[in-house]
Design a protein around this ligand. Structure first.
Ligand code: HEM
Length: 498
């Protein structure tokens, strides 16, 4: 499926003229609103008054690192009168997104078009408020650390199946197998359902959600939503496709929520042994469940699958790529497994604390190429201040996670994959920056952490991963907000064969 891509050439001249006039007015108003003695954080100014800064859409995290050298670790710009801030340092992220989390936990999804796309359905995109609190609560109940332990047997089952099939790349490319693994664990835990392909049906819906929103989370891309009346244009009118594209997003959410839910309800009727998160939730106090409760449950299921579809897949793909490019590290990790567990034994979660080098490989995967390099955008619900800078209410704030995990003052040779940097450190899940910040921090991070670690440890114990050409690492990765390897051409063979 195409991304929700709105090429600038598609805007007819009248629309562009209106947009520019509107942008000039908004730019002037937002400039005038700023307290006289305070300035916005530094950043590119764009066209005078219009404030229309040209933003990078291809691997933008790299451009923002370059901009940071000129403007500092907090960069501000405007587009169509909307304010954007990109944070390049952990210190600034802690100050703005953690310490001021009460004011910076919104999402920039309050426009008419966002309502048409029904972003309120999804925990990751619902604006901060009561609906977010209710969605986050049910997610937390089912995916907090203690709850996530319950899904470990399902993870072990599917990781072992994945390893059994993985050596045979003739039937299915490695990346597709990893995509299925990332989703099947979620489908099985949440719905008690299994999938055999990532190319059709409910699995494809989860993928579509990611593809449709690939650009949405990039700083500045969504500024066109500030243009008035875009949501009212009929589909036959130039620019009318924008509304249609947002309707399609909403329709995809609906299909992704309803399809597997319906199958689970059928399975519950025909199989008394059926077990899944959905089944557990609908069976608890059924007489007290409102239709709103049922909606929350359905949406949680859909969000869990969609969230894992790309991020967990991305982390596992990054692991395979790293092992292909760094065979010495692969060998060292295998030696630890052989020494601690004995050759050929597949690790369990109980072994995790005895395998510090495997832990370091996992943490380096999460640092070296985070799945969401510029995170998901936060929004400010009131004016806030950082140092002596003013950040107005309604600003979209993005954490450049990639910049933070490649900060040379913290990580020597940050572009290189060096697990040793994590040895003899406090390995706390909360210090993994790839999971984001503040009250919107990843709600599935315990399960993601378990899944990614288990796949890494089990693969290293039983398989050898062949080398890939040592070219520029970025060439292996895709460009958008959800960043993953483009493909994986390495060969995977059983260790017993050598
Ligand atoms: C390696 C895998 C994963 C990574 C790197 C990752 C990363 C992230 C990041 C960066 C955010 C945005 C945080 C912010 O706004 O500052 C996020 C949000 C979220 N993640 Fe994950 N994620 C992963 C896997 C998962 C999984 C498996 C689930 C579901 C079980 C999940 C559920 C969510 C949800 C629901 C949110 C939105 C939370 C909110 O807005 O309140 N994630 N994730």
């Amino acid at each position: 499926m195409e991304t929700l891509h709105i090429p600038s050439t598609f805007f007819p001249s009248t629309l562009i003229t209106n947009a520019l006039i509107f942008s000039a007015i908004l730019g002037f108003l937002s400039y005038a609103r700023r307290p006289a003695q305070l300035s916005y954080p530094p950043g590119p100014k764009g066209y005078w008054l219009l404030g229309l800064v040209k933003v990078p859409l291809i691997k933008p995290w790299l451009t923002y690192v370059e901009w940071g050298k000129k403007y500092g670790d907090v960069i501000h710009f405007t587009r169509f009168g909307r304010h954007y801030v990109v944070i390049n340092s952990l210190e600034a992220a802690n100050e703005i997104l953690e310490r001021q989390a009460r004011l910076t936990s919104d999402r920039p999804t309050r426009s008419k078009l966002d309502q048409i796309a029904d972003f309120r359905r999804i925990l990751a995109t619902v604006p901060y408020g009561d609906r977010w609190r209710a969605s986050r609560k049910i997610f937390h109940q089912n995916f907090r650390a203690e709850a996530s332990v319950e899904y470990r047997p399902i993870e072990v089952k599917h990781v072992h199946r994945f390893l059994d099939g993985i050596a045979d790349s003739s039937e299915m490319p490695l990346k597709d197998r990893i995509a299925i693994l990332s989703q099947i664990v979620m489908f099985d835990s949440v719905y008690g359902l299994e999938i055999t392909t990532n190319k059709e049906g409910m699995s494809q819906h989860a993928r579509d959600i990611i593809d449709l929103n690939d650009l949405l989370f990039l700083p500045g891309w969504d500024a066109f939503k500030a243009i008035p009346f875009l949501d009212l244009l009929p589909s036959w009118f130039p620019g009318g496709h924008i509304r249609a594209a947002h309707e399609m997003v909403g329709e995809t959410f609906r299909a992704a929520a309803e399809g597997p839910w319906g199958q689970t309800m059928d399975a519950m009727k025909s199989d008394e042994n059926h077990s899944s998160i959905m089944a557990k939730l609908v069976s608890e106090n059924p007489e007290n469940k409102s239709s709103e409760d049922i909606e929350l449950i359905k949406n949680m299921g859909m969000q869990a699958v969609a969230a894992a579809a790309d991020t967990t897949m991305s982390a596992i793909c990054t692991f395979f790529l790293a092992m292909s490019l760094y065979p010495d590290i692969q060998l060292k990790a295998q030696q630890e497994l052989d020494t601690v567990l004995g050759r050929g034994k597949t690790p369990t979660f109980d072994d995790r604390s005895s395998l510090p080098y495997i832990e370091a490989v996992y943490r380096e995967v999460m640092r070296w190429h985070p799945a969401l390099p510029v995170g998901l955008p936060h929004g400010s619900i009131e004016d806030i201040y950082y140092k002596n800078y003013y950040i107005p209410k309604g600003t979209t704030i993005s954490a450049n996670i990639w910049a933070m995990t490649h900060d040379e003052s913290k990580f020597d040779k940050p572009d290189q994959f060096i697990p040793e940097r994590h040895l003899n450190k406090k390995n706390d899940i909360h210090s993994i920056l790839a999971f984001g910040f503040g009250r919107r921090v990843c709600a599935g991070k315990y399960m993601a952490d378990d899944m990614t670690w288990l796949t890494i440890a089990s693969t290293l114990a039983t398989k050898n991963i062949s080398s890939l050409p040592n070219k520029n690492v970025e060439d292996y990765f895709s460009n958008g907000g959800f960043c993953s390897t483009k493909s994986l051409d390495c060969k995977v063979t059983p260790r017993s064969e050598l």
